[in-house]
Design a binder for this molecule. Structure first.
Ligand code: HEC
Length: 473
């Protein structure tokens, strides 16, 4: 069946643009924060030197007794030597000079990176600090960052749960980015399985942790493989440049099957229990790499690890959605030049279009579906986005609220409690952008003039897109 465009279902360009370009040269955030850290490391030793010459064992808050376990649990996924964060927090000597910066960053909510607002709902992979830990970091800094006695250190906690056993490993071609500071490049890898299988966990082992900023994987269906291979062949380097998604090949409009996204510090990578994403034999995995760094850096060779099973209780799909009228140009997603808070929103009943978006199942038209995880997507002018269910019977339920949109830390957030969406319910997405003069990209050292911005996949265009990981009930 085919519905009219009014059904608001989702075309190719949306899928293709799901993680669009940021290659406008706007690196404002990273250098700014890195500089912040450097400044602080310059100040901190003067305030801490005397207090730390002895161990400060009787201080009210000490590194070994109170702080080390916080840093180990919440910070060292990223703050280790050679990792994505600009300094290591593994040892006392490494942490001490940053004592004040650590407290500042957690109070400001910038660290650890955790974009969702937790008052919206509960997410089991929440990275934010439990109550009281921010206060401990502040108190420790104010006391001059005393070490305390190493014998006070709490035992290293056991790694939680069973480790995931990955059975498929896919290596990307080695590649040195040629575009700085941001290059988006897709690599195609043949899917090695001869039978239908379901991906139940996905992880990325970055080759160069300082270079790899985010990774999105798609499973391209066998019928589309030739078109993507042609795209690859048209680029002389390994893989091919791609912005939003796996690129402009093929016509599998509704079905470009997402396998998942990875950003630094991601732990786990398992899909909700009992669910998985189907991959057919003969498929090709497209892996979009976002390299952030200097051109000509050492070659990166990242690897993807997947856990597969021949069957799952419930097959899942990743459902992207937006306002089709924007995509088709029927309506403008207008973000006026100079506007510091441009707002756009849309609402739609997705239960009516699932058969169109996913013709091969697993969802039934006009029947409920269950949302297990959700994400939002904007480009670099984005400042805030929210995703909620407007219940047919009245009332709203918040699924995801990203109060400070950051293009570099996009993710999909699993819910502690899955949410059932019924026919008559509408999914509502609202996006905000700052298109004022102060928020424009810097190109070759020159801040650009604001201009009217609309929907698109290109550099300098914007998007407002929701993503949901869904199954049948
Ligand atoms: C998921 C990865 C990740 C985790 C976890 C993480 N950081 Fe960071 N941190 C970064 C990155 C990357 C930067 C560099 C700036 C940026 O990209 O935002 C950074 C920068 C910083 C800075 C420099 C100033 C700033 O705010 O940007 C401080 C201070 C900091 N982190 C403290 C912490 C503390 C304290 C924790 C744990 C409570 C922590 N970080 C956890 C990735 C992480």
């Amino acid at each position: 069946m085919r519905r009219s465009p009014r059904c608001h279902a989702l075309p190719l360009s949306v899928l293709l643009a799901a993680c669009g370009p940021a290659g406008t040269g706007d690196t404002g955030e990273v250098p700014a924060t890195t500089t912040g850290a450097t400044d602080t490391s310059g100040d901190a030793p003067t305030t801490t030197a005397t207090a730390t010459t002895d161990s400060g064992a009787d201080a009210a808050v000490t590194y070994y007794r109170d702080i080390k376990s916080i840093l180990d649990a919440r910070c060292t996924q990223c703050h280790t030597p050679g990792n994505i964060a600009p300094f290591s927090l593994l040892t006392y000597d490494e942490a001490r000079p940053f004592a004040e910066a650590l407290a500042d960053s957690v109070e400001a909510g910038t660290m650890p990176p955790w974009p969702p607002d937790n008052s919206c709902r509960t997410y089991p992979h929440d990275r934010s600090l439990p109550d009281g830990e921010s206060e401990l970091l502040r108190a420790w800094a104010e006391l001059g960052a005393p070490a305390g006695a190493s014998s006070d250190a709490p035992p290293v906690p056991e790694a939680p749960g069973d480790p995931i056993e990955y059975d498929v490993e896919l290596a990307l071609a080695p590649y040195s980015p040629t575009i700085a500071p941001d290059e988006y490049r897709c690599f195609l890898i043949d899917w090695p399985k001869d039978e239908e299988s379901f991906v139940t966990a996905l992880d990325v082992i970055p080759g160069d942790r300082q270079l790899v900023h985010h990774v999105i994987a798609y499973a391209l269906e066998p019928k589309d493989v030739d078109a993507y291979r042609a795209l690859e062949a048209s680029d002389p380097d390994p893989g091919y440049l791609c912005y939003g998604g796996p690129g402009g090949a093929g016509n599998s409009v509704w079905e470009i099957p997402w396998l998942g996204a990875w950003v630094p510090g991601t732990t786990g990578g398992a899909m909700p229990a009992g669910t998985g994403l189907r991959v057919q034999p003969g498929s090709v995995i497209a892996v979009q790499m976002h390299y952030h760094g200097t051109a000509g850096a050492m070659p990166d060779q990242s690897r993807l690890r997947l856990r597969t099973t021949p069957k799952v209780d419930r097959r899942a799909v990743i459902m992207p959605f937006t306002n089709l009228d924007w995509v088709l140009g029927i309506e403008k997603m207008h973000i006026p030049a100079g506007e510091p808070d441009a707002v756009q929103s849309f609402e739609l009943d997705m239960t009516g279009v699932v058969g169109f978006i996913f013709p091969g199942g697993p969802l039934t038209e006009d029947a409920p579906f269950v949302v297990h995880a959700a994400g939002l997507h904007q480009h670099t002018l984005g400042t805030r986005s929210t995703l909620e269910v407007v219940r047919g019977g009245g009332g709203d339920e918040c699924l995801l609220d990203i109060p400070r949109w950051d293009f570099d830390w996009q993710g999909t957030y699993e819910f502690a409690e899955p949410v059932t969406v019924n026919p008559g319910d509408r999914i509502r997405v609202e996006c905000h952008w700052d298109n004022s003069a102060a928020n424009q990209p810097i190109v070759d050292g020159v801040q650009q003039e604001p201009r009217d911005v609309g929907w698109g996949e290109g550099t300098g265009d914007e998007m407002c897109l929701g993503l949901m990981y869904v199954t049948a009930p």
